[in-house]
Design a protein around this ligand. Structure first.
Ligand code: HEC
Ligand code: HEC
Ligand code: HEC
Ligand code: HEC
Ligand code: HEC
Ligand code: HEC
Length: 261
C-alpha cells in the first residue's frame, strides 16, 4: 500500500513536471482538480482493487518514460481479447487500419448532434479511470446513437428487467445494448466480452445463436429478429411474424407421425 502511494505521488509529480516543461506536447492543461477527480475515479475502480496503478498505464515498461495519453495498446497487455475484437468491428477498424478513429460525423446512421466529434477508443465507453461497465452498456451508446431502434430501447421490456444503475456490472439477467451487440463469449476458461460490434449482425441470425437462445425459444427468436418493425421498436412486443420454416417442420412432423400410425 505504501509503495503504491509513493508511485502515485511520483506519477503526479511527473505529470506536473511534464506540463511545465513541455506545455505544447502534453494534452489539455491538467489542473489539480482534474487530477483529484481522476484519482477518485480510479480509487473506486476494479483496477485499484487489483493493483493496476497509474504507472501500469502511464509508464512505458521498457523506457520507463511517462505516457500521457495511453492507447488501446496499453490495455492489450492485460486485455488482449477485448482489444483484438474491438479493432475488428466497425467501431475499431479505422484505428486498426491506421486511419483517424471513427467519429459520429463519419456515420450514415443517425447520430446525436452533440457527439459529432467524439473519437472512438476504449475511453469512449469506459471512462478509463473508472472502467465502469454498466454505464458503458447503455448510456454510453446513447451519447452517440440516435436512430429509432436505439432510442426505443429504454421503453422496451428488456430495459425493464434490471436496474443497471444499481449494478457494478450487468448481470446474467440483464439485456443491454451490449448483451446483443457486444455479446459475452466463452474464451478458454473465461467469459469475455466480444467487442466486435459488427460480428453478430452478419448474418443477421447469428445473434439468435449467440444471444437470444440463452433465454428464448428458437422459434420466438427467429420470428423476432427477422421482423423489421419489431427490431425498430427494440422488441417492444411478442413477434407477429410466423416464419414458414417452422410451420413446414411442424407439417412435416405431423405427416410423418401420421404415416407411422
Ligand atoms: C487502465 C489504465 C489507466 C490507469 C490505471 C490510469 N490511467 Fe490515466 N489515462 C489513461 C488513458 C487511456 C488516458 C487517455 C484518455 C483519453 O483518451 O483521453 C488517460 C489520461 C490521463 C490524464 C490526462 C487527462 C486529460 O484530460 O488529458 C491524466 C492527468 C491521467 N490519466 C492521470 C492518471 C492518474 C493520476 C492515475 C492514477 C490515479 C491514472 N491516470 C491511472 C489510462 C489510465
Ligand atoms: C496491468 C494489467 C492491466 C492493464 C494494463 C489494464 N487492465 Fe483493465 N483490468 C485488469 C484486471 C486485473 C481487471 C480485473 C479482472 C478482470 O476483469 O479481468 C481489469 C478489469 C477491467 C475492466 C472490467 C471492470 C469491471 O467492472 O469488471 C475493464 C472495463 C477494464 N479493465 C478496462 C481496461 C482498459 C480500457 C485498459 C487500458 C486503458 C485497461 N483495462 C488496462 C488489468 C489491467
Ligand atoms: C462501444 C463501447 C465499448 C468500447 C469502445 C469498449 N468497451 Fe469494453 N466493454 C463495454 C461494455 C458494455 C462491457 C460490459 C458488457 C457486459 O458485461 O455484458 C465491456 C467490458 C469490458 C471488459 C470486461 C470484460 C472482459 O471481456 O474482460 C474489459 C476488460 C473491457 N471492456 C476492455 C475494453 C478495452 C481494452 C477497450 C478498447 C480496446 C474497450 N473495452 C472498448 C463497452 C465498450
Ligand atoms: C463515440 C460514439 C459512439 C459510441 C459511444 C457508440 N457507438 Fe456504435 N457506432 C458509432 C458510429 C459512428 C458507427 C458507424 C455508423 C455508420 O457507419 O453509419 C457505429 C456503429 C455501430 C453499429 C453498427 C455496426 C455495423 O457494422 O454496421 C452498432 C451495432 C453499434 N454501433 C452499437 C453500439 C453499441 C451497442 C454501443 C454501446 C455499447 C455503441 N455502439 C457506442 C458511434 C458510437
Ligand atoms: C435484444 C437485442 C438488441 C438490443 C437490446 C439492442 N439491439 Fe441494436 N440491433 C439488434 C438487431 C437484431 C438489429 C438489426 C440487425 C440488422 O438489421 O441486420 C440491431 C441493429 C442496431 C443498429 C443498426 C446497425 C445497422 O447497421 O443498421 C444499431 C446502431 C444498434 N442496433 C444499436 C443499439 C443500441 C445503441 C442499443 C441500446 C440502446 C441496442 N441496439 C439494443 C438487436 C438489439
Ligand atoms: C438474458 C435473457 C434474455 C436475452 C439474452 C434476450 N431476451 Fe428477450 N426477453 C427476456 C425477458 C425476461 C423478456 C420479458 C418477458 C416478459 O415481459 O414476459 C423478454 C422480452 C422479449 C420480447 C417481447 C416480449 C415477449 O414476450 O415476446 C421479444 C420480442 C424478445 N424478448 C426478443 C428477443 C430477441 C430477438 C433476443 C436476441 C436478440 C432476446 N430477446 C434476448 C429475456 C431475454
Amino acid at each position: 500500500m505504501k509503495i503504491f502511494g509513493l508511485r502515485l505521488i511520483v506519477l503526479l509529480f511527473l505529470i506536473v513536471i511534464s506540463c511545465l516543461v513541455a506545455p505544447a506536447t502534453v494534452t489539455a492543461n491538467v489542473t489539480q482538480t482534474q487530477l483529484d477527480e481522476i484519482n477518485q475515479l480510479w480509487q473506486s475502480s476494479v483496477h485499484a482493487r487489483t493493483e493496476v496503478n497509474c504507472s501500469s498505464c502511464h509508464q512505458d515498461p521498457d523506457s520507463q518514460k511517462l505516457v500521457v495519453t495511453p492507447t488501446q495498446e496499453t490495455c492489450r497487455s492485460c486485455h488482449e481479447y477485448a482489444v483484438d475484437t474491438f479493432l475488428l468491428g466497425k467501431h475499431g477498424v479505422r484505428t486498426l487500419e491506421g486511419m483517424s478513429p471513427l467519429t459520429p460525423s463519419l456515420a450514415h446512421l443517425p447520430m446525436k448532434e452533440s457527439a459529432m466529434d467524439l473519437q472512438m477508443s476504449c475511453n469512449t465507453c469506459h471512462d478509463v479511470h473508472a472502467v465502469n461497465t454498466s454505464q458503458a452498456a447503455v448510456d454510453s451508446c446513447l451519447t452517440c446513437h440516435n436512430d429509432t431502434h436505439s432510442l426505443n430501447y429504454k421503453n422496451s421490456p428488456h430495459a425493464q428487467i434490471v436496474n443497471l444503475a444499481s449494478l457494478p456490472r450487468p448481470d446474467q439477467k440483464a439485456v443491454t445494448c451490449a448483451t446483443c451487440h457486444l455479446p459475452r463469449e466463452k474464451v478458454g476458461n473465461s467469459i469475455l466480452v466480444n467487442h466486435n460490434n459488427t460480428y453478430v449482425l452478419l448474418p443477421r441470425d447469428r445473434m439468435v445463436r449467440d444471444v437470444c437462445i440463452n433465454c428464448h425459444g428458437v422459434e420466438h427468436a427467429y420470428n423476432s429478429i427477422f421482423d423489421d418493425n419489431l427490431v425498430e421498436s427494440n422488441f417492444a412486443q411478442p413477434p407477429t411474424l410466423k416464419m414458414q420454416t417452422f410451420q413446414l417442420v411442424r407439417d412435416f412432423e405431423k405427416k410423418r407421425s401420421g404415416k407411422a400410425k
